[in-house]
Design a protein around this ligand. Structure first.
Ligand code: 5GP
Length: 189
């Protein structure tokens, strides 16, 4: 669906189906391992909430948030998990992997904590923009290099609560008028 410079790239139905499949795979591969799913705030909140309800084996959920230093993909942990990750089977839950720099740095930080195993579930993969190769054990959709909004992804804090995933065709226009997506995003259904 295309409306005023915004294109719906993944519908609610498709998102739900794919997230259910990923949850099913995690359930069979992590039975008896009591994994900790660690959502990376804030973009992965919606994906995490949907994914964990399709994990049908014992599992825990926690969150962390990151700060970025400079443009070289250096990250630090701004808000840490409550549970200790030592000796735990950890699944990082990410919204989108773009250059791969953030995820690479996060994986390194978590490996230093002596995890029993580490995997990543990323809803979206901008594979064509990758700078560093990074393992993605569970991947929802490969997407193009357009800027995406909705289902957790934001523009200056807005639009995370939009139920499906949209591509922005004219980013300079959105920059000039950040509210311009609202009539499309929150159209009465
Ligand atoms: P990377 O280090 O892989 O380049 O960056 C990944 C992060 O960039 C994501 O967690 C997300 O915060 C942000 N990002 C990358 N592409 C998009 C996009 O299309 N839309 C939004 N809203 N954020 C994005």
């Amino acid at each position: 669906m295309t409306e005023d410079g915004f294109v719906e790239v993944v519908t609610e139905t498709r998102l739900a189906e794919r997230v259910a499949q990923l949850g099913g795979r995690i359930s069979s591969e992590y039975a008896d391992r009591n994994p900790v799913l660690v959502g990376v705030l804030r973009g992965s909140v919606i994906f995490t909430a949907d994914l964990i309800r399709h994990v049908t084996v014992p599992a825990e959920v926690d969150f962390l948030s990151l700060t970025r230093f400079g443009g070289q993909g250096r990250v630090g942990i701004a808000m840490d998990t409550e549970v200790s990750l030592e000796n735990r089977h950890v699944i990082i839950v990410e919204d989108i992997v773009d250059t791969g720099l953030t995820l690479t740095a996060l994986r390194r930080l978590l490996e230093l904590r002596g995890v029993a195993s580490l995997a990543t579930a990323a809803l979206l993969d901008k594979a064509s923009r990758r700078i560093v190769d990074v393992a993605l054990e569970y991947r929802g959709f490969e997407v193009g290099d357009e800027f995406l909004l909705g289902y957790g992804l934001d523009w200056e804090g807005r639009y995370r609560n939009v139920r499906s995933l949209w591509a922005v065709m004219d980013l300079p226009a959105l920059r000039r008028a950040p509210d311009s997506f609202a009539p499309v995003a929150y159209r009465r259904r």
